[in-house]
Ligand binder design. Structure first.
Ligand code: NDP
Length: 480
């Protein structure tokens, strides 16, 4: 069985303590590889290597760094099939999804920032005759990047690419639940001879390796994507040290459907926005709010279509949903379905585990689940479940829809379905979330700001936002 290695100072190495954790294939419930159970000692080596590599990496020209990013992007592209298979085995997502979304997006992340850095410019202000201000944007230093398990390589590269492009060196920790593609990425970096120490990857648990990384005094910034409670813990440690911090956290996103929507387009997209990646995308619309005039029509059509969605072996092309990422997460999602029932929710479809046979008999599968009859204040409609579970609620007026949409502690994303342009703009203006999709979902432009309001995070990723975050602006004022 494969033993995953850390990548420190340009070399693939074992953890210092030689301890490993089991890595499970969620589709079979079996251990299939081992992950370094790294500690603060490994983090120390990685931070030292990143610190040592910083002067030469940050002094490269943007063109030189851009070429390195392009090489990494090409390296990922050349191994797309291998990486997609690894992602599907590690995470439980359907192979077709990893092939069409996750890995191509990792290619694009590096490609995008390899060109973005060539066009990134800093400001200059003519203040008065004989006075000019200009802004230098220098790399911040050693970046600590921590990413979650739901879109493993996709979100890992979404941080690393802009950090490196801007001239920082990186110590990264992927989720220990899905470490495989980050490991394969480090093999690519080794193959292309990326300068030693520029990127370092330390595998292991959040409570040990992760905590050691964010607490380390010699890192200069933290970029974190994960759950809101982990984000709060990280903020408590990092904020008193006055280090730059970006937190992309959880969501409880509303999908608001008005009577006047294009029903067929809405229904097709809502199947995806509810259950893509087993509902384990931070942007999934888990609270579906439907205007009363089409509530019954929607409920019947949606339940019928969801009932046809195949939950199956991730390797099969016709599996619409694969396995849930881990046993603890599977238990958590099922426990929320029990809570929903206790709260008086009516299960319209799903609501239970799916038992497959053969090699998948011990895998962790849950049927896509629709629940109705719950009010907005119950736990099911307030807490992030992060699985194939959605609720539906009826509303009458635009004001009511807005109030329901905004009544959680989260504010990551929202979707609105209407053919009334004015209403669409009013809703977009009133919804308190970092992202609003009108008549679409997950349509991404990598230049746009990405992130959440309220308890969904602090700061934005994407486009110039990320390059601004990964650089320190210094204003110089000259009188001549
Ligand atoms: P977690 O918060 O549990 O973990 C995220 C990462 O943080 C993992 O690498 C984890 O390691 C690490 N970690 C955990 N504890 C610590 C610690 N004390 N110090 C440093 N690092 C730590 O989130 P999940 O992995 O469960 O991901 C799901 C969550 O991510 C959901 O809430 C989802 O909404 C959110 N998310 C947000 C997105 C956004 O852009 N806003 C995008 C995607 C997901 P380990 O796995 O070893 O515990």
């Amino acid at each position: 069985m494969i033993h995953i290695a850390n990548y420190i100072d340009g070399k693939l190495v074992s953890p210092i303590n030689n301890q490993y954790l089991d890595n499970y294939n969620p589709a079979t419930g079996k251990v299939y590889s081992y992950i370094p159970d790294s500690t603060g000692d490994d983090v120390q080596l990685a931070v030292d290597a990143a610190r040592k590599a910083l002067p030469s990496w940050s002094n490269l020209s943007n063109i030189q760094r851009s070429k390195w990013l392009e090489k990494i992007s090409s390296g990922i592209k050349a191994k797309l099939d291998e990486l997609a298979l690894a992602e599907s085995i590690d995470n439980g997502k359907p192979l077709w999804l990893a092939k069409s979304v996750d890995i191509p997006r990792a290619v694009d992340n590096f490609k995008f920032y390899s060109t973005a850095i060539l066009h990134y410019a800093s400001e200059s202000h003519h203040t008065a005759q004989g006075v000019i201000n200009y802004t230098l944007r220098k790399p911040v230093g050693v970046a600590a990047c921590i990413s979650p398990w739901n879109l493993p390589l996709y979100l890992f590269t979404w941080k690393i690419a802009p950090a490196l492009a801007a001239g920082n060196t990186v110590v990264a920790k992927p989720s220990e639940i899905t470490p495989m593609t980050a490991f394969l990425l480090t093999q690519i970096c080794e193959e292309i001879n990326l300068p030693a120490g520029v990127l370092n990857v330390v595998h292991g648990l959040g409570i040990s390796a992760g905590n050691a990384l964010i607490s380390h005094d010699d890192i200069d910034l933290v970029s974190f994507t994960g759950g809101t409670s982990t984000g709060a813990h990280i903020a408590k440690i990092v904020a008193p040290k006055f280090k730059k911090m970006s937190l992309e956290l959880g969501g409880k996103n509303p999908n608001i459907i008005f009577d006047d929507c294009d029903f067929d387009k809405m229904l097709k997209t809502t199947l995806n926005s509810s259950f893509a990646n087993q509902g384990q995308i931070c942007l999934c619309g888990s609270r579906i709010l439907v205007q009363r005039g089409i509530y019954e029509r929607f409920k019947t059509a949606f339940a019928a279509e969801v009932g046809k969605m195949k939950v199956g072996n991730p390797m099969q092309d016709d599996s619409r949903l694969g396995a849930i990422v881990s046993k603890p997460h599977y238990d958590k999602v099922l426990s929320y379905i029990s809570i929903a029932k206790e709260e008086g929710g009516k299960i319209l479809t799903g609501g239970e585990a799916v038992n497959l046979d053969g090699e998948n008999k011990d895998g962790w599968y849950i049927a896509p689940t629709i629940i109705e009859g719950l009010d907005q204040q119950c736990r099911t409609n307030q807490e992030e479940i992060f699985g194939p579970v959605v609720t539906i609620q009826a509303f009458d007026t635009e004001e009511e829809a807005l109030k329901l949409a905004n009544s959680t502690m989260y504010g990551l994303a929202a979707t609105v379905w209407t053919t009334d342009l004015n209403k669409a703009h009013r809703m977009a203006d009133g919804i308190k979330s970092g992202i609003v999709w009108i008549n679409c979902w997950l349509l991404r432009d990598l230049r746009t700001p990405f992130g959440g309001m309220k308890n969904s995070g602090v700061g934005r990723e994407g486009g110039w936002e990320a390059l601004n975050f990964f650089t320190e602006p210094k204003n110089v004022c000259i009188k001549y």
